[in-house]
Design a protein around this ligand. Sequence first.
Ligand code: M6R
Length: 602
Amino acid sequence: MCGIVGVVGSKNAKNILLNGLHKLEYRGYDSAGIMISSEEGMYVTKTAGRVAELEALVSDREDNGTGIGHTRWATHGEPTENNAHPHLSKSGRYGLVHNGVIENFEWLRETYLSDVKLNGDTDSEIIVEVVDYFSKQGLSTLAAFTKMLQEVKGSYALALIDVTDDSKIYLAKNKSPLLVGLADGYNLVGSDAMAMINETDRFVEIMDGEKIVLTANEMVILNQDNQEITRDFYVAEIDANDTEKGLYPHYMLKEIDEQPAVMRTLVQEYVTPNGESTIDSDIIEEMAKSDRIYIVGCGTSWHAGLVGQKMIEKLTNIPVEVHLASEMGYDMPILSKNPFFIFLTQSGETADSRQVLVKINELNLPTLTITNVKGSTLSREATYTLLLHAGPEIAVASTKAYTSQITVMLFLAKALGEKLGQQKAKELDVVHELGIVASAMESLVADKDHYAALSEKFLLDSRNAFYIGRGLDYAVSLEGALKLKEISYIQAEGFAAGELKHGTIALIEDGTPVVALISNEEMGSHTRGNIKEVESRGAKTLVVALEGLEKETDDIVLPHVHQLVTPLVTVIPLQLLAYYASLQRDLDVDKPRNLAKSVTVE
Ligand code: M6R
């Protein structure tokens, strides 16, 4: 979704902004722009295209050290140059970038701007004009900014520059992420740490409802009552090199390949050399008191939740429900007496998930966020946090975050099951099993030519594809289908294999690709029957089977791993098939159309 970057007080402002915008590209966007101060005044450059196109357009005037940049993911108004940010007020006094959605933009326009002819169709342009309006009433810039914030309803992260004083940037946020970066002799702002990571590793969180006046050497934080408050910075654990592709053609391929290493890192993070869990005992005690666990997430995180559900139920005997955040936010199920909530979110910023968290917090119930981003909104607002330690995931298509979410839930299930005296949990040697998983992943990712060839054979000319499986294989089928559709634009759906004959089989015709997963002996034998059913109706099948359950004709044989962790290996070929399907169609693997990495609007 939209990305903000800003800098105040650096002679290298233009490069910092452009680098920051490149780093924000992974979030997904359709237009971009920057505004930079110079001796001759502010200059604004925008494009309805990529950051590389913006870079070519930006003038090489010497800059004066202050500027704001933006990548826009259209919500109100088409992705045109006019609608791209920054928006300069008609008077030329104020420039602004905005992420989020202003809900009362029509009221603001009618109330304050009836005589202003706007350039574009965005809600964001309206708020910069409202600041200008209050300033013309005689208010100082800070007072005009504050007054605008009192009038605005909706979600926002904002950075505003007063052209008459480029020594300051004014910031505010509500429900959309925004972070200040502290550098030596200059300061920065960004939607996430990634935008600033080449400049600093020291960050200060901004809370909803606060305003910031940022200068080269100072950060003044004003709370909702306009009182000045202080807050310490934290040091981010991101290595700037982790955010580079290195020799890889795409981030997605790099991130797929990183999965064995992530498994090993997770073992080090979550288990002591003596085999003890490092998970905070408060989390386990709180969970042990619960009579039902609710897992909440979206997209790939929801799919990981479906796997986590089975792991937790099997190892702890506590019932688990998995909910789509976008549904749960508006349709809360009847909750058990002692519920415990797990929020799964790679970014920690997903608006749908946060909406549920806010409601659960109002009920004063215990919550745990499992996220890849330390200090993210869902991490801050939950009772507890566990980190994925996967390193930055840049490709829009989530891969290593999915496998690390499953792995963290496995550690959690094991620790909880042991606490509850569950035999299965005691017997499971997670470190040993994950060691086998890491080696299995290694051998799978080493076989890339095989997946490229399979993708060409099965998917190159296809308009649709089905993924089927039972039990954990069904959960992975959903993820495999999502990976394929989001980056190859082939319509792909995952199904419980036994459900096909209740409707979907009507879609099977000559040449329809069906990917079938078999990782469990009993359920797999039934899936074999479903494979026969679709083959006899013309489907071409691609069978992925666990070693020991394979047949000679199967296309992919997975190294044998423990039953409970099969999703960690079953998903690897599906990620690679999706990658090659996208590549072979000459598509933008890392930045698929219409999608955003961090979905910060509902
Ligand atoms: O950051 P989150 O895990 O909360 O994001 C949720 C989904 O938007 C995300 O998992 C999405 O489905 C994947 N990027 C798809 O690969």
